[in-house]
Design a protein around this ligand. Structure first.
Ligand code: GTP
Ligand code: MG
Length: 266
């Protein structure tokens, strides 16, 4: 918990391991309202040392449609300028009851086939003839880490059809060997002990159980699941929130960079 400045410094001095890529692209996907946009903002807040809100967040935690309704990109900024990381924020995945994106479109976005600001049609996947479709994406348009954002409070209640959608994405991109991780949000709402003291996140039995449920349901190993609490109504940054966010982010960018190193050497 005392490593915040060290973590920040190492990320601020990060160098990308592929000569043709200046910025590592990371795509976030998951259920509507899971905290995807909040996670993107929390990483930026941590680096800037103040609360930021570049990605629009839903103020209503119960919603029938995805609040992020387009593919949007957000650069990670440090106190002294841009860092070599870029987010692709996506609409939450569609369920029977809620309007959102489809696995096919998320897969296209991972490969860089989707233009920024594209608004997915919730009924039909993006057509390759559409003007939002990029037929020949550059390597820099591709995402090199896929982050599934999962709400720890409601993980056990997740519609099995949504889990099937995550599995479809997982299997379809498996051969590309793009790293896939889970960011498990809202740990403050999942466990009262953690709400009162975020440092208890690694010893809480409840959080451990939730991580196991995530792992079993989605098929991601426990060492690729990162519990976090996003900034949501705070007005000031907080050391413990920052450390959890930075720990998750460091792993994400290191995994992405490992994959890029392999791509560069092939
Ligand atoms: N308590 C708590 N609330 C959170 C956390 N992360 C997000 N929230 C709240 O959850 C709600 C949804 O967050 P968003 O970031 O808009 O979720 P999203 O996944 O981007 O949702 P869509 O764009 O609609 O798919 C907001 O009200 C956030 O304030 C967290 O870690 N803890
Ligand atoms: Mg969003």
């Amino acid at each position: 918990w005392g490593q915040k400045e060290e973590l920040k410094k190492s990320l601020e001095g990060f160098s990308v391991s592929h000569p043709d890529i200046k910025c590592i692209r990371i795509l976030v996907a998951g259920q509507i309202g899971a905290g995807k946009s909040s996670f993107i903002n929390s990483v930026n807040s941590t680096f800037q040392g103040r609360i930021t809100s570049g990605a629009l967040v839903n103020t209503n935690s119960v919603s029938s449609h995805s609040f992020t309704n387009r593919i949007t990109t957000h650069r990670v900024r440090g106190a002294d300028g841009d860092l070599p990381f870029i987010w692709t924020d996506t609409m939450g995945l569609k369920t029977e009851a809620m309007e959102g994106s489809q696995p096919e479109d998320i897969i296209k976005a991972i490969y860089g086939h989707v233009k920024e600001n594209c608004k997915f049609n919730t009924e039909e996947p993006l057509d390759h003839k559409s003007e939002d479709y990029v037929s020949d994406p550059l390597l820099s348009n591709q995402a090199f880490c896929l982050v599934y954002v999962v709400d720890s409070k409601t993980i056990e209640l997740t519609d099995t059809r949504l889990i099937d959608k995550l599995r479809i994405i997982r299997h379809r991109i498996r051969d590309t060997r793009i790293p896939q991780v889970i960011v498990m949000t809202k740990v403050d709402e999942a466990c009262l002990l953690v709400k009162n003291d975020l440092k208890k996140v690694y010893t809480s039995k409840m959080i451990k159980k939730k991580m196991q449920v995530c792992s079993d349901m989605i098929g991601v190993p426990l060492n690729c699941i990162f519990p976090v609490k996003n900034y949501q109504d705070e007005i000031k940054i907080n050391n413990d929130v920052d450390v959890l966010i930075l720990t998750a982010f460091e792993q994400i960018v290191n995994l992405a960079n490992d994959r890029l190193r392999e791509v560069a050497s092939n």
